[in-house]
Design a protein around this ligand. Structure first.
Ligand SMILES: [Fe+2]
Length: 270
């Protein structure tokens, strides 16, 4: 690969050094896909891609989800800028995207457009590495368990007001039940957990909640986590199928603005 790659943590995250011209070739897209699968998160410090360049890079890495304006979705808490600003409060908690789908999104590209003074750091936890490191007894325990996920669970946990209309919107997306241990087509295994998982099928509510909380705590230990302190022009890419993510809370007034491009999923939960 024609990039210089520096691993950020042993088990997650690599920084890629390249210039924009080299980055926007089909060959680079293919190499980055491979690296992303291995490392969970890729960081491009201060690369300052514009929207068009971000979409071109994404197109070389997969199939772009049709959202926002021409594949650029604005991430902000400002309701004037985003109709789904309230929903983003759920992102303050550890989660993966797309657990309400059978095929969750593959990856996201996120560029900093306007940073904030306080909070706003984005954190990622490697669910492959966390599964791998589980004690054998716990691996056996969770092997056949299924958790129930819903938008309503994450919204209530995030403290979004449960007005009649909000609840009606949340319930438009069906609850989904997924194996806690996802065996990918590659044979690798990761954990499907996060703030959207309410309980475990066939287990007492409290016991299930406790076990899910324990798994999130395990997965988000420092050795599995990369925390990104944003600087102007940074671009991050993460493999949503193998990492949890969250953002440290920031205020609505901060003006923080990120531009996201999402790659649609390629593999169903299993
Ligand atoms: Fe997210």
């Amino acid at each position: 690969m024609a990039f210089e790659v520096v691993d950020l943590k042993e088990k997650i995250g690599s920084e890629v050094h390249t210039d924009v011209e080299m980055l926007l070739t089909p060959e680079a897209g293919a190499s980055l896909r491979e690296l992303l699968r291995k490392r969970g998160v890729l960081v491009f410090r201060g690369i300052h891609l514009d929207d068009g360049q971000q979409v071109r890079l994404a197109a070389h890495m997969g199939n772009i989800r049709d959202e926002g304006e021409k594949g650029i979705f604005k991430i902000t808490l400002d309701k004037k800028e985003s109709a789904t600003a309230d929903y983003l409060k759920g992102s303050f908690f550890w989660h993966m995207d797309g657990t309400h789908d059978e095929v969750p999104v593959f990856a996201s590209l996120l560029s900093a457009r306007q940073l904030c003074d306080q909070g706003g750091q984005t954190m990622f936890a490697n669910t492959y590495a966390a599964y791998e490191a589980l004690p054998e007894e716990m691996k056996r325990k969770v092997e056949r368990l299924k958790a129930v996920h819903s938008v309503e669970t994450s919204m209530r946990r995030a403290g979004v007001e449960a007005t009649d209309s909000n609840v009606a919107i949340w319930r438009m997306l069906p609850d989904r039940t997924h194996n806690i241990v996802w065996t990918h087509e590659s044979g690798r295994k990761s954990l499907v957990i996060g703030c959207h998982a309410s309980h475990i099928e066939g287990m007492g509510r409290e016991e299930g909640e406790r076990l899910l909380r324990e798994l999130v705590e395990w997965t988000t230990q420092p050795q599995f986590v990369y925390r990104h302190e944003w600087t102007p022009g940074d671009l991050l890419i993460w493999d949503n199928t193998g990492v949890l993510h969250r953002v440290e809370p920031y205020s609505i007034e901060s003006g923080r603005m990120m531009h996201r491009t999402t790659l649609i999923g390629e593999e169903a939960f299993a």
